[in-house]
Design a protein around this ligand. Sequence first.
Ligand SMILES: Cc1cc2nc3c(=O)[nH]c(=O)nc-3n(C[C@H](O)[C@H](O)[C@H](O)COP(=O)(O)O)c2cc1C
Length: 244
Amino acid sequence: MPDYTRSLGFAFLEGTKLSRQDLFREREEISPAAYFKSYPEAPRLKLPRPDLPQADLFEALLHRRSERIYRPAALSLKELVLLLWATQGVTARAGRYLLRTAPSAGALYPVETYLAIHRVEGLPSGLYHLEIREWALEELAQGDFGAELKEAALGQSFCETAAVVFVWSGVPRRTMSKYGSRGIRYLFMDVAHICQNLLLSAEALGLAACPIGAFFDEEMNALFGLDGTEETVIYLATVGRPGR
Ligand SMILES: Cc1cc2nc3c(=O)[nH]c(=O)nc-3n(C[C@H](O)[C@H](O)[C@H](O)COP(=O)(O)O)c2cc1C
């Protein structure tokens, strides 16, 4: 039986353990990537600052479940803005750092946010990128990409029926230039914080959501025009109005 200790996963864990001696060793040299991504040519929709509702965090924790059945009803733009803000809203500035609702190792923010919008009031369906500094959505393509998303997510049909699908990519150089290969661990921790903020805020708004880790990486990258090397999709989550 193939052993865990001979797996690629184990090699990664072992190879990225930090010891006291490592503090005095020379680091892997990895050049950084730009801290922010934007699509200057894309049509932009400036997002309003959200009106934060009252909500009980512990109620949201108690009731959150992964929900995969959605009504074919639209989200309001207000709801979408609240969800986006919960995931990556800028809440403070520290020098050049734009600190967000979710923590990030070294405040390097290696995760980019994309949306596949199927049904949001006042927004054409299509693929979008969240521009952090401008707090705007950049339109990458118009149309309904539900069928393509579903196919790239191993046929999981709720990708098609959700009102919106959050798609997060990682830019490894942003964290690896500081932390070397251990930065890959932080990249996945970062995206998990972001996703949990989405899941809890969806629950607080009475919406249904489900995280998705099962997808064909290169198919998902191709859909969003990512090269899979400098930037690659790492996690998804669907959101819609609960269907039961
Ligand atoms: C990293 C991760 C990946 C997941 N991937 C999928 C997925 O691809 N498809 C799916 O239907 N659910 C997925 N889920 C949801 C889990 O199935 C779900 O969290 C689990 O069954 C526990 O249920 P709960 O979230 O309702 O508490 C994923 C959850 C996590 C944390």
